[in-house]
Design a protein around this ligand. Structure first.
Ligand code: FAD
Length: 310
């Protein structure tokens, strides 16, 4: 039985494990794939005090950090079901896909999220070669260049406004007949001179040459015509999906499926904490997830000292 069991091995889970282990309590971390989204990232330029690193390098450093504190890492282990404690003081149970069951007095849920994909030709081929999902991360790589943002919801319009200040030109494409973002964002967007908006636009392909994006094709759903736009980057902003399907019905989730937390990372279940991209925390970033994981572990420790059996 663990005092703190962390589910998820990205930046949030790694930070939670280190903070918990530093309190001298039995800590475990179970992850489907240690490293999480960081393992899929090329250059990272916004982890404060580290001007430049790369995903796999950061994952190795996180793993080393966790191992040095004697945390038990259960890698390639997927959690399938949370069974909350029936009585205060009793352990929570996590059922794993391999049939095993783990018990812990407190949990930190940090299963992260994944970007919703467009599913068009070229998207996979040119990922990290012009196709991007995170404007805060990759915006500066397109300084002065032409980009498209796909998705006219709040995140797409925010991304277009953000990018318009860095890149040369932004084309915003929305599948529906109108943008879905808040009016105040739409007004700001319309005031920008280097942004064009196309609605009823169905992106059909990301094109490229020499291993890099050079444009995209969309169908104008009103006229049925195919339109080609020349550009260097495509930001896909059609949703971030939290990896919380396995928690449905057992813990409070927001309408977007994020684990609802307060400023102490408490969830709807006493003794169960959550951190990072899987939660309602605003802004999904590495440095934020690390801070959130640390907070969640400190809250778990606080819970343990207040609810100790002796
Ligand atoms: P994740 O990193 O998503 O980790 C989730 C963990 O949970 C993984 O170990 C996963 O295997 C595990 N897991 C999921 N489901 C289960 C389950 N059922 N059971 C057990 N384990 C499970 N942010 C930046 O700050 N700077 C950048 O430059 C940057 N670039 C990015 C580039 C790309 C391509 C992507 C995809 C993201 C980028 N981000 C960047 C965002 C950043 O990676 C995330 O904000 C951060 O990784 C979130 O950390 P997390 O620990 O909450 O979740």
């Amino acid at each position: 039985i663990f005092e703190v069991l962390v589910i998820g091995g990205g930046p949030a889970g790694s930070a939670a494990a280190v903070y918990a282990a530093r309190k001298g309590i039995t800590t475990g971390i179970a992850a489907e794939r240690f490293g999480g989204q960081v393992a899929d990232t090329m250059g990272i330029e916004n982890l404060i005090s580290v001007p430049y690193t790369e995903g796999p390098k950061l994952v190795a450093a996180m793993e080393q950090n966790v191992i040095e504190y004697g945390v038990e890492i259960m890698n390639m282990q997927r959690a399938e079901k949370l069974i909350p404690a029936t009585k205060p003081g009793m352990p929570h149970e996590i059922r794993m896909a391999n049939g095993a069951s783990l018990k812990a007095r407190t949990l930190v849920l940090s299963t992260g999220a994944r970007w919703r994909q467009l599913g068009v030709p070229g998207e996979d081929k040119y990922r990290n070669k012009g196709v991007a999902y995170c404007p805060h991360c990759d915006g500066p790589l397109f300084k002065g260049k032409r980009v498209a943002v796909i998705g006219g919801g709040n995140s797409g319009v925010e991304a277009a406004i953000d990018l318009a200040g860095i890149v040369g030109h932004v084309t915003l494409l929305e599948f529906g007949a109108e943008l879905r973002a808040d009016e105040v964002l739409q007004r700001k967007l319309r005031s920008l001179k280097n942004v064009d908006v196309a609605v009823s636009a169905q992106t059909t392909e990301v094109t490229g040459a020499n291993g890099k994006v050079n444009g995209l094709d969309y169908t104008d759903r009103n006229s049925g015509k195919n339109v080609h736009v020349e550009l260097e980057g495509v930001f896909i902003q059609i949703g971030l999906l939290p990896n919380t399907e396995w928690l449905k019905g057992d813990i409070e989730l927001s309408k977007h499926g994020e684990v609802v937390i307060n400023e102490r990372n408490e969830t709807s279940i006493p003794g169960v904490f959550a951190a990072g991209d899987a939660t309602t925390v605003p802004y999904k970033q590495i440095v934020i997830s690390m801070g959130e994981g640390s907070k969640a572990a400190l809250s778990a420790f606080d819970f343990l000292i207040r609810n100790s059996a002796d």
